[in-house]
Design a protein around this ligand. Structure first.
Ligand SMILES: *Cc1c(COP(=O)(O)O)cnc(C)c1O
Length: 360
């Protein structure tokens, strides 16, 4: 695959080559049907098998029992920002939110449009460079839930523990889902836009325990009530079937890597390589967040000048490393090391960083 680059894009992002090859192979004639899965009915036995397999794989990979509903919804993770409060903040209830940056900000904004958000930790005061410890959380006793964003894709911070709380815990795991071992049963609900660690864009994985589902708001339009899609296994209306098909292939790939533990071992090596170069050259590559709060998925840094950052990004691109520009709101360089980015990509980028420093 001579012309494939190492793709460090933050999302949509790199997919396993193995998965892309299966998609390519199956594209014109899906398993003897004489047509592509894109052209097939979502009521066909072929699609049903994909949907059922994907649901089973989610339960298996995340260690969940049948008490958890697995849904494939549309509208991105961003739709969950308002669908959650619309369902669970009825009758004057408040949702508690840990604010660790852009995405939790947006979740809070939507909650305040629909009902009321309580900020259980205000990350703005620490420029979002710090993930709160358990002691720093101010969790109200009477909120309907506590919402946490496990990885801050833009700033490059990540929770390395699951907050303890008596409240039902809801997590936006969009940018670090399936990247390491984690007790997903601590969440009553978790959700992720698929375009970072799970597949192409177009579908959002929403997983919800039945006791929360039963509290869904019956007064909402049909598609906004979670029960509709949970009961119909995401087939109430036409789902983004092609995206879900690719997600199923990615889930099978995750399982083949040894599940969350197998993926974690590779991801740990990847982030150690890049942070290793940053820490050994801290006069040149400056990490932008507190060490304890560093993300394994999105590694952010600054170089000595903006000119050097520009040069770094364009020199990197010239040799086949793409997607390294920091988010426009923070600048600098961001290295996204999602699951499908091969270890070799991190090894080569680490070498490139050292060479770049020597030359510049
Ligand atoms: C990318 C991202 C989102 C937004 O996802 P969309 O699917 O584009 O709505 C939300 N939360 C986090 C943590 C993200 O990384």
């Amino acid at each position: 695959m001579a012309n494939r680059v190492f793709n460090f894009n933050p999302g949509p992002s790199t997919l396993p080559l193995e998965v892309l090859k299966i998609v390519q192979e199956e594209l014109l004639d899906y398993r003897g049907t004489g047509m592509s899965i894109i052209e097939s009915s979502h009521r066909s036995p072929e699609y049903d098998e994909i949907n059922e397999t994907a649901i089973t794989l989610v339960r298996e990979i995340f260690g969940l029992n049948d008490n958890y509903h697995v849904m494939f919804l549309t509208g991105g993770a961003s739709q969950q920002f308002f669908q959650i409060p619309m369902n669970f903040l009825v009758g004057g209830k408040t949702g508690a939110y840990i604010d660790t940056g852009t995405w939790s900000n947006k979740a809070i904004k939507e909650a305040n449009i629909v009902a009321k958000a309580y900020v259980a930790f205000d990350g703005k005061a620490v420029e979002y460079k710090h993930i709160p410890t358990q002691d720093e959380l101010d969790i109200p006793a009477d909120a309907a839930y506590l919402h946490v964003t496990t990885n801050n894709t833009i700033k490059g911070t990540q929770f390395h523990y699951i907050p303890e709380t008596n409240l039902p815990l809801i997590a936006d795991v969009s940018s670090d889902i399936a990247s390491r071992r984690l007790d997903y049963t601590k969440f009553i609900m978790f959700y992720a836009g698929s375009q970072k660690n799970l597949g192409p864009s177009g579908v959002t994985l929403v997983v919800m325990r039945d006791d929360l589902l039963q509290k869904s708001n019956e007064e909402l339009p049909t598609l906004l009530n979670y029960k509709t899609q949970a009961e119909k296994k995401s087939l109430y209306n036409t789902p983004p079937s092609f995206s879900i098909y690719v997600v199923k292939l990615v889930l099978e790939w995750i399982k083949k890597q040894g599940g969350l533990h197998g993926i974690e071992k590779i991801n740990e090596k990847k982030k150690d390589l890049i942070y290793g170069v940053i820490d050994n050259n801290s006069d040149y590559f400056k990490g932008t967040v507190e060490k304890e709060s560093r993300s394994w998925m999105n590694l952010t840094m600054r170089l000595p000048s903006e000119e050097l950052e520009k040069k770094f990004i364009s020199d990197a691109k010239a040799v086949g490393f793409v997607g390294l520009k920091g988010h426009r709101s923070v600048g600098g360089v961001r290295v996204s090391l999602y699951n499908a980015l091969p270890l070799e990509g991190a090894e080569k980028l680490a070498q490139f960083m050292e060479d770049f420093k020597k030359k510049n």
